[in-house]
Design a protein around this ligand. Structure first.
Ligand SMILES: [Zn+2]
Length: 226
């Protein structure tokens, strides 16, 4: 199964058996190793002309921004997925270390984060950033907040375009980071149009990891019974 297919299956599982029950216009956004959305439009799964609908990962959030695994620049995935967040922190630490060397000072930035990664920048993870932010690490807090704001803005744009009645916001990164989830919701609400906000209810997915498997089984069963 492709990723878009997984997300579509997850959205359908939520619609049939999870937190999306009864919602004919539903948006499920999952943030973890990548960022993606599954869409239910007018009670039907919406996969798009080439099965890539809801590919939130490659929505552009920064002109000429960070390079994405897809080869383009400024994609949401290059900021807000768990591996990209860690890579972003590593890059900022490298820049700070070079600046400190040039001025003959000790680099102060991200010290707590490095502690959480056993002193090795290569071992930095989004989870370590969350823990370090909790202890007041400024670099981690800044990047988690910025990623959450970009995510919220992109999700708000998608909501304005689709006008769903329910948004289910989850995935490994957001369920492990209440701070990030809160900031994403704030950014969604700040960026929504009034009309889109009025119809929207925000919740969390009920099925999480099992959703794609449950959804694929449901879709297969529905195909057989047709
Ligand atoms: Zn991309």
């Amino acid at each position: 199964m492709t990723l878009a297919c997984d997300l579509a299956a997850a959205a359908w599982a939520e619609r049939v058996a999870g937190a999306g029950k009864g919602a004919d216009d539903l948006l499920v956004v999952l943030v973890g190793s990548t960022v993606g959305a599954g869409l239910v439009v007018s009670g039907k799964l919406h996969e798009g002309a080439s099965g890539a609908a809801g590919d939130l990962a490659h929505v552009k959030v920064h002109p000429n921004g960070r390079i994405c695994a897809c080869g383009q620049r400024g994609c949401l995935d290059a900021y807000a997925s768990a591996p990209s967040l860690a890579a972003w922190a590593r890059d900022d630490l490298r820049i700070a270390a070079a600046a400190a060397r040039a001025s003959g000072k000790q680099p102060g930035i991200g010290r707590r984060l490095l502690d959480h990664a056993g002193g090795d920048p290569e071992r930095i993870t989004a989870a370590a950033m969350e823990r370090a932010a909790h202890e007041g690490d400024e670099l981690s807090s800044r990047l988690l907040d910025e990623a959450a704001r970009l995510l919220g803005q992109a999700v708000a744009n998608l909501i304005i375009a689709l006008n769903p009645e329910r948004l289910l916001l989850g995935g490994g990164l957001l369920s492990g980071s209440p701070r990030m989830r809160r900031t994403v919701i704030e950014a969604v609400e700040q960026n929504l149009s009034r009309a889109a906000r009025a119809a929207l209810h925000i919740g969390a997915p009920a099925l999480e990891e099992d959703a794609a498997v449950v959804g694929a089984a449901l879709i297969a069963r529905e195909a057989l019974s047709r």
